[in-house]
Design a protein around this ligand. Structure first.
Ligand code: KIV
Length: 261
């Protein structure tokens, strides 16, 4: 497999080839994912929960993201590496640029930001500087205190319209990939048709251009038992990842058992 780039993901969308993505925070998991067909590795700020043991992603700091991105980049060869910008690291154009540069210098190929149209200027600036941006819409774990809990987003017509419009604004600003977390399957499907960039879903049904799961959850190593997730814990790790990749490509994961709304 050749090194995956944003251009490869764009071509996969056009050709209808599903993108298989998963999280990694260390060199061993990155190697496991890369060797078994994962095309996108996310150094997610979920590390605050699955690695650091917090009950949210909010305590994750830039120094943690830099450290874990470096660990992942050491062994990964082919997957595109996305690093999450942690809570509080993109409150202005200036700190967003400074922190995104640090993550790219640590080995990320793209950075991810949670939020809507308020990020328009930041996305534009990063794109101009040659930093590819993945947007994250729907359930925003970094906004847990304003959202009031980990709930499905975009259930009303008004909320769905806002998420969809936010995505279009950010795509026009230069975003090149979108993570859609916990939104209704029909909304994720409409957005995947509407947007010209690839969409990667988690808890958002099977009609996105790809799927992402937290690797600790899919290997059965976490205490989480989310309805949208499938545990492959009965398999040895390399077979578990291969099965997940195969099921994403065949669209047999997510099945109706994993649909939230
Ligand atoms: O931090 C993370 O792992 C994520 C995924 C849940 C998409 O953002």
């Amino acid at each position: 497999m050749a090194k995956i780039s944003v251009k490869t993901l764009q071509e996969m969308k056009i050709r209808g080839i599903k993108i298989a993505a998963a999280t990694a925070h260390d060199a061993s998991i990155a190697l496991l994912l890369d060797k078994n067909g994962i095309e996108v590795i996310l150094v997610g700020d979920s590390l605050g929960m699955v690695v650091q043991g917090h009950d949210s992603t909010l305590p994750v700091k830039m120094e943690h993201m830099i450290y874990h991105t470096c660990c992942v980049a050491k062994t990964n060869k082919n997957a595109l590496v996305i690093a999450d910008m942690p809570f509080g690291s993109y409150t202005s154009n200036a700190n967003a640029i400074e922190n995104a540069v640090l993550l790219i210098q640590s080995g990320a190929n793209m950075i991810k930001l949670e939020g809507g149209r308020e990020l328009q200027e930041i996305v534009k600036q990063l794109k101009l500087l040659g930093i590819p941006v993945c947007i994250h819409l729907g359930l925003l774990p970094q906004s847990i205190n304003t959202m009031g809990g980990y709930y499905v987003q975009g259930r009303t017509e008004e909320a769905a319209k806002k998420i969809s419009e936010d995505a279009e604004i950010l795509v026009n600003a230069g975003a090149q990939l979108a993570v859609l977390e916990c939104i209704p399957e029909s909304l994720a499907s409409d957005m995947s048709k509407l947007l010209k960039i690839p969409t990667i879903g988690i808890g958002s049904g099977k009609f996105t251009d790809g799927q992402i799961l937290v690797t600790y959850d899919l290997l059965g190593l976490s205490n989480n038992n989310y309805k949208f997730c499938k545990s492959y814990a009965d398999l040895i790790p390399s077979e578990a990842i291969k099965s997940y990749v195969k099921e994403v490509k065949e669209i047999s994961f997510p099945s109706k058992d994993h649909i939230l709304a």
